[in-house]
Design a protein around this ligand. Structure first.
Ligand code: ATP
Ligand code: MG
Length: 218
């Protein structure tokens, strides 16, 4: 049996990773391909804990009041969730020949945790190291969107604030994501301009998957 493809979608908050995970899955299913969609934080036990942290439900009792866990605690939780996610959900599907599309993967860890650590190389090297055994995606699609547009989209949709909902951080993330492939030289990373109508973005996302599958010249 041929293994399924492993595809990750990445971008700033509001870039459309959730929207395009769903649309890509539907497009591939329509072509008769078995597809499994998933997300990070995952729906596993560590992912559920992380979602509570992101929502501010799990905090650290600091001297000046409750606060979110530090970037390094977050980095370890995300890495632990990722390895569990691969072991429990991603790898078994791929082995069954199912294409797996993940709404975020380890590029998010390198981007969010490096920047919340202050952006230093030391932190980034360590974050990459704790993710060293995370299976590589066959393709990572980065949805590029100016932070101001992403902020507007986040405001228009429902859902509460999360701990990374900070204008300055989101600007830094947008800049970081534009050149994220420099941090993953062995990965196949492509960018799609997400500052367009959803249907146009979806067509380009699908085009990148067709190129990966050898259906279109690259
Ligand atoms: N190309 C687009 N044009 C206009 N609106 C879009 C586009 N893509 C997504 N949206 C809308 O923007 C909002 C954010 O999209 P979505 O939830 O997919 O982003 P996200 O990257 O998953 O965000 P988060 O990382 O915070 O989960 C949604 O309301 C969605 O319908
Ligand atoms: Mg989302």
């Amino acid at each position: 049996m041929i293994e399924g493809l492993f595809i990750a979608l990445e971008g700033v908050d509001g870039a459309g990773t959730t929207t395009h995970t769903k649309l890509l899955a539907r497009a591939l299913k329509d072509r008769g391909l078995p597809v499994h969609t998933t997300r990070e934080p995952s729906d596993g036990p560590i992912g559920m804990l992380l979602r509570q942290v992101l929502a501010g439900r799990v905090v650290v009792p600091g001297v000046s009041g409750a606060r979110p866990p530090s970037w390094s605690t977050m980095a370890l939780l995300f890495a632990a969730d990722r390895l569990d996610h691969v072991e429990a959900e991603i790898a078994p599907n791929l082995i069954d020949g199912v294409t797996v599309i993940s709404d975020r993967y380890d590029h998010s860890s390198v981007a969010y945790q490096t920047l919340t650590a202050g952006g230093g190389m030391d932190a980034m090297t360590w974050i990459k190291e704790i993710n060293r055994f995370a299976r590589r995606p066959d393709l990572t699609i980065v949805l590029d969107l100016p932070p101001q547009v992403a902020a507007r989209r986040r405001l228009e949709r429902t859902g509460g604030r999360e701990i990374y909902d900070d204008e300055q951080l989101q600007e830094q993330l947008a800049r970081f994501y534009r050149e994220i492939e420099t941090h993953f030289p062995d990965d196949r990373v492509v960018h799609v301009d997400a500052n367009r109508p959803i249907e146009d973005v979806a067509v380009d996302v699908m085009k990148q998957v067709r190129i990966l599958r050898g259906e279109e010249p690259g």
